[in-house]
Ligand binder design. Structure first.
Ligand SMILES: NC(=O)C1=CN([C@@H]2O[C@H](COP(=O)(O)OP(=O)(O)OC[C@H]3O[C@@H](n4cnc5c(N)ncnc54)[C@H](O)[C@@H]3O)[C@@H](O)[C@H]2O)C=CC1
Ligand SMILES: O=C(O)CCC(=O)C(=O)O
Length: 460
């Protein structure tokens, strides 16, 4: 017995050293790419027990290959603004891993976009897409273009220029982009139009998140937010609780936030706060979602306008203050690293029971540790927000069969996919001695499917 324990300890030590060496390589090869380093570290640390159990993954160099993108494309995006001035932005597409299918992942238009941001998002996308069980590889892209304050015509000219270059690298069986921060149905429409014109062919499955009238899927707009709530609902059900009568705080007020709020409200919760990059609103009567939708989906206005129509509500400048609002369930749905150690401590001291990440990597590692140490149910982004890309893959399926499913059909499939992700992550967390730790469970469940496919396809 003692000998066996000693052997296991040596193997664990060996795997830890191997992972530390890989992390050092990631730092050396990608200096200053802090978000990418953070995303890789979280995954690699949680994979140590899998490496101990399956040394083939080390022998086959699976991790060395997985942390290096198959391709990173960077390009110039020139466009002319309404004053006739020439502007130049930078475009990116990272085609990270194609073991499971065509590269798949969104495009982000935000001034903060750089190689580190697209690589962290692309790396996470590999494992997230694997978790859905669908045939999609991992990719991501975007530009440092800021759509805020731009006219429709400026956005159109930018999207056309962006697609003129991107079109050389994508296709329904190659790489299928979609939306993310700053990219919604409008931008996807402009990019789709340009792709069609350049190719002279109607390849509906080249982009997802399209308008419903020309190949988009019912339920895609709602999918990420609904999916996040479905995952948290499963976690809570297992603990004998639910959204019903719960108080919920949701950061952001974009696509993911709005539909997370909608589903939480449908399940009987009271959502009391949401935000945008200027600050947050608190409404003790429960957020009126129609007002938020009008402000954000129609009028393109700032969130503080909400209090004009709802005098009991208040607005506070600054985003991080939202985590001081007491709640049972917190859903960070805005952006990366928006929830830090102090925010996590505040949530815990106010009695939070569950946290579900609608955004990508919204919690810092310190914040995650605080949630886990305090037995807060924690749904990590890769698992909790996989519903968006899952319905994108359903959109691809509809496009290739030239069929359009009903909203009920799509939502039913989304619900099943989220339940499966929950079950698989839970099972893996148990199999690797970390029951209920969904960070470990989701990383392992996502990794094993990609790793096995990579081994079966040879060293490429
Ligand atoms: N759209 C999708 O289907 C998916 C999106 N995600 C992730 O969800 C997050 C949100 O994306 P979307 O809703 O699509 O973008 P969006 O552009 O529709 O909305 C982003 C929202 O976050 C707000 N925001 C930005 N920085 C903020 C900050 N520091 N504090 C508070 N609010 C802030 C913006 O004002 C806006 O309301 C991102 O992390 C994205 O990568 C993840 C999976 C799928
Ligand atoms: O729908 C997609 O393809 C991409 C969704 C996405 O970007 C994400 O899951 O972060």
């Amino acid at each position: 017995m003692k000998v066996l324990e000693e052997v296991q300890m040596t193997q664990t030590q060996h795997a830890k050293e191997y992972v530390n060496q890989l992390l050092k390589t990631v730092e050396d090869r990608n200096p200053n790419e802090l978000e990418f380093q953070q995303a890789v570290k979280e995954v690699l640390d949680s994979l140590i027990p899998v490496l101990v159990k399956n040394p083939t993954y080390i022998q086959q160099g699976v991790l060395e290959r997985m942390i290096e993108p198959e391709r990173l494309i960077t390009f110039r995006v020139p466009w002319v603004d309404d004053n006739g001035k020439v502007n130049v932005n930078r475009g990116f597409r990272v085609q990270f891993n194609s073991a499971l299918g065509p590269y798949k992942g969104g495009l982000r238009f935000h001034p903060s976009v750089n190689a580190s941001i697209v690589k962290f998002l692309g790396f996470e996308q590999i494992l997230k897409n694997s978790l859905t069980g669908q045939p999609i590889g991992g990719g991501k892209g975007g530009s440092d273009f800021d759509p805020k304050g731009k006219s429709d015509m400026e956005i159109m000219r930018f999207c056309q220029s962006f697609m003129t270059e991107l079109s050389k690298h994508i296709g329904p069986d190659i790489d299928v982009p979609a939306g993310d921060i700053g990219v919604g149905a409008k931008e996807i429409g402009y990019m789709f139009g340009q792709y069609k014109k350049l190719k002279g062919a109607y390849e509906a499955g080249v982009l997802t998140g399209k308008g419903i009238g020309y190949g988009g899927s019912l339920g895609r707009k709602e999918a990420t937010g609904y999916g996040t709530v479905y995952f948290v609902e499963e976690m809570m059900k297992d603990q004998g609780s639910s959204f019903d009568q719960s108080t919920v705080v949701v950061s952001g007020s974009g696509n993911v936030s709005i539909y997370a709020m909608e589903k939480a409200i449908q399940l009987g919760a009271k959502v009391v706060a949401c935000s945008d990059s200027s600050g947050y609103i608190y409404d003790p009567n429960g957020i009126n979602l129609d007002t938020v939708k009008q402000l954000k989906e129609v009028d393109d206005k700032r969130i503080h306008e909400y209090v004009k129509e709802h005098p009991d509500a208040s607005f506070e400048i600054g985003c991080s203050g939202i985590w001081s609002v007491a709640c049972d369930i917190a859903l960070p749905c805005a952006t990366q690293n928006e929830l830090d150690k102090e925010a996590a401590e505040m949530l815990v001291s106010n009695g939070v029971k569950a946290v579900g990440e609608g955004a990508n990597m919204p919690s810092t590692q310190e914040a995650i540790d605080i949630f886990l140490d305090n037995e807060v149910l924690f749904a990590p982004a890769k698992a909790a927000n996989a519903g968006g890309v899952a319905v994108s893959a359903l959109e691809m399926a509809q496009n290739s069969t030239r069929l359009a499913w009903t909203e009920e059909e799509v939502d039913g499939r989304l619900h099943d996919i989220m339940k499966n992700i929950y079950r698989n992550s839970l099972e893996q967390s148990k199999a690797y001695d970390a029951p209920g730790n969904f960070v470990v469970g989701a990383n392992i469940a996502g990794f094993v499917r990609v790793a096995d496919a990579m081994i079966e396809q040879g060293i490429i």
